[in-house]
Design a protein around this ligand. Structure first.
Ligand code: CP3
Length: 339
């Protein structure tokens, strides 16, 4: 069956750019909120296959996106490594902070299979329901991004705790990254075996690293994940999303053998076209342009199509959709992209 997003990941431009949105299963959808209200926490929902499958499918039914993305979270990996995660209402994730190098050196994998098993069950449930032309995406966090939350125990404006820790205790930090590389690669392999068509690596905090650290904590670990995954699943399709990487994107697409790169909304479109000569690209509408709607939304969509739709391209936002985005704006965006 022809899956437009799979085609782009094989390097083939599509006449109408396929489209999906990061965080498309989420709080801007009334049908998501209806289910979300019935469970105690976001994490509980990640580990409830029937509910997670249902919210994964909701945006496909409503909008006919070209990809479904598994409903889960990047922080299930630390959770399965014994660093328990809580989602505080309206405040984001909380973990026990990891600020002692000796304690960090003592951490051991592998991730607990029993914790992650319900996620593979969700994948099987979604797979059975998904229209055949829709590409099913699994994901994990980039080791750097996941480590920033593990060190600080939460999100912070610039993830300074992890940067500081990595400068002060590079060996302990390298041990943490190694553990995350192994756990993440294994997790992606299992997602692919359970039925996803491709996976995306979300390195949301890549952009705060200076170039040498970007090489060491973003590029090198991501290369290892991609190699490990392809060793187990030959030909596995991988999208990289090093948010905020800016000029480091050139090295990222040069070194990491990904099938497409996700671009955030700060990437200049001429530069994006340069990147597209190396790899298919995905992106990069400002989520706030979608939130604003009207002429700003149309202008944003048109500029991206003008620059990137001539090559292998997947339309997306430059980061996740904001919870207060009107559904009508998503419809407007889709009409504009699909013509
Ligand atoms: O629709 C999808 O994209 C699939 C599901 C998905 C979620 N999180 C669900 C979620 C995906 C791919 C993620 C990835 C994720 N999670 C990232 C990387 C991408 C990004 O958006 O930066 C990060 C950094 C996290 C960690 C995380 N999860 C944070 C910081 C927060 C709180 C911030 C917020 O938006 O509330 C979450 C919570 C979260 N993950 C929600 C959802 C739908 C909202 C919580 C809820 O519904 O109660």
């Amino acid at each position: 069956m022809h899956k437009p997003i799979r085609e782009v990941l094989d390097g083939r431009r599509q006449p109408v750019p396929p489209v999906w949105m990061m965080r498309q299963a989420g709080r801007y959808l009334p049908e998501y909120m209806a289910i979300r209200k019935t469970v105690g926490s976001m994490l509980e929902m990640c580990f409830a296959p029937k509910l997670a499958a249902e919210v994964t499918l909701q945006p496909i039914r409503r909008f006919g996106f070209d990809a479904a993305i598994l409903f889960s979270d990047i922080l299930v990996i630390p959770h399965a490594l014994g660093r328990h995660v809580r989602f505080e209402a309206g405040e984001g994730p909380r973990l026990p902070p990891l600020d002692d190098p000796a304690a960090m050196m003592k951490l051991r994998g592998p991730a607990d299979d029993a914790v992650l098993a319900p996620i593979y069950e969700t994948i099987r449930l979604v797979k059975a329901e998904l229209p055949p032309e829709v590409t099913f995406l699994g994901f994990c966090g980039g080791p750097w991004t996941v480590a920033t939350y593990m060190v600080a125990g939460r999100g912070t404006p610039d993830q300074a705790p992890a940067r500081l820790f990595a400068y002060r205790h590079p060996e302990a930090f390298a041990h943490l990254i190694d553990m995350l590389v192994e756990a993440s690669a294994d997790y992606l392999v299992r997602q692919l075996r359970a039925g996803v068509d491709a996976v995306q690596i979300f390195d949301t905090w890549a952009g705060i690293l200076p170039p040498d650290e970007f090489q060491r904590w973003c590029i090198a670990p991501t290369m290892r994940i991609v190699a490990d995954v392809r060793r187990a699943v030959p030909g596995a399709k991988v999208i990289g999303f090093p948010r905020g990487a800016g000029s480091n994107l050139k090295r990222y697409v040069g070194d990491v053998e990904i099938d497409a790169v996700g671009l955030d909304w700060m990437v200049d479109l001429d530069f994006a076209r340069d990147i597209q000569r190396r790899r298919p690209v995905q992106g990069n509408l400002d989520p706030l342009a979608l939130r604003a709607g009207g002429a700003a939304l149309d202008r944003g969509v048109d500029a991206i199509l003008q620059a990137l739709a001539g090559g292998p391209f997947i339309f997306n936002l430059g980061h996740g959709i904001l919870p207060d985005t009107p559904v009508a704006h998503v419809e407007q965006m889709l009409k504009r992209v699909r013509g």
